[in-house]
Design a protein around this ligand. Structure first.
Ligand SMILES: Cc1cc2nc3c(=O)[nH]c(=O)nc-3n(C[C@H](O)[C@H](O)[C@H](O)COP(=O)(O)O)c2cc1C
Length: 229
């Protein structure tokens, strides 16, 4: 069995009773059992231990870097002109390196107000820096081989043909983001669990069987993915 790395991100604000956390934990457990002790499993809780929001010095360093083209990470550090820029880069670099080192990125993403959580957005802004996902010598996309498992959970239903389909700014946003980062479309696996609030919201009670079905489908899909990735 070859050594491999799972980067596991959770972003639900609920430590208990979170469907996305339960689903990512399920995937990670099957994945770990399959890959054995040689595999690395790194877990980040983006809600409990949030990544600081990016600040002006992050943007200033990013713009200066962008003018130079694609640079190795060590060279970006040398472009910092102020302690604030050094600080912003020191917060970003380890997270960028974690992403570059991951063979599989497992992401638990609840829908909040039609899009992703603040904690996940802060991580996205922090790890997105000019040129860092391209090889400085060849220009090759460094995340081309990275597999992404996106576990998208939402209280309502947003499937094709439903009245709220047009309000889904969660999955289309994350698809566009990861494709922009250089993830190959065939390596982006989106698993949704919908109608998680069907028990709580009286108007959704009639949809409870669909919620059960959606969760069971998500679990089976994740088990199958964990058995192959
Ligand atoms: C702040 C907040 C905003 C939410 N906004 C939406 C929403 O816009 N659409 C929706 O379908 N569900 C929404 N929900 C419900 C969550 O998507 C649902 O509870 C989901 O299961 C959360 O993921 P979790 O179970 O992993 O915590 C929201 C929940 C919270 C706490």
């Amino acid at each position: 069995m070859t050594s491999t790395t799972l980067l596991h991100l959770d972003s639900s604000i609920s430590p208990d009773g979170s469907v996305s956390r339960a689903l990512t934990a399920r995937f990670a457990s099957v994945w770990r059992a399959r890959h054995g002790t040689a595999a690395r499993h790194r877990h980040l809780d983006l809600a409990g231990d949030p990544v600081p929001a990016v600040r002006a010095a992050f943007d200033a360093l990013g713009r200066r870097t962008e003018r130079k083209g694609v640079l190795p990470l060590d060279d970006i550090a040398l472009l910092a002109r102020t302690p604030e820029e050094e600080h912003e880069w020191a917060l970003a670099r380890p997270l960028i390196e974690q992403l570059l080192a991951a063979d599989v990125l497992l992401l638990g993403a609840p829908m909040y107000n039609f899009t992703v959580s603040t904690g996940l957005k802060a991580w996205i802004d922090r790890v997105t820096f000019p040129g860092v996902y391209r090889d400085a010598a060849t220009g090759e996309a460094l995340l081309r081989g990275t597999r992404v498992v996106l576990v998208a959970v939402r209280g309502g239903g947003y499937g094709p043909g439903t009245p709220r389909e047009h309000c889904d700014f969660q999955v289309p946003y994350l698809r566009a983001y990861f494709e922009g980062l250089g993830i190959a479309p065939e390596h982006l696996h989106v698993v949704t669990a919908e109608l998680t609030r069907a028990e709580d919201v009286p108007a959704l009670h009639a949809l409870r069987p669909l919620a059960v079905e959606s969760l069971a489908h998500a679990e089976a899909t994740l088990d199958a993915l964990a058995a192959t990735l």
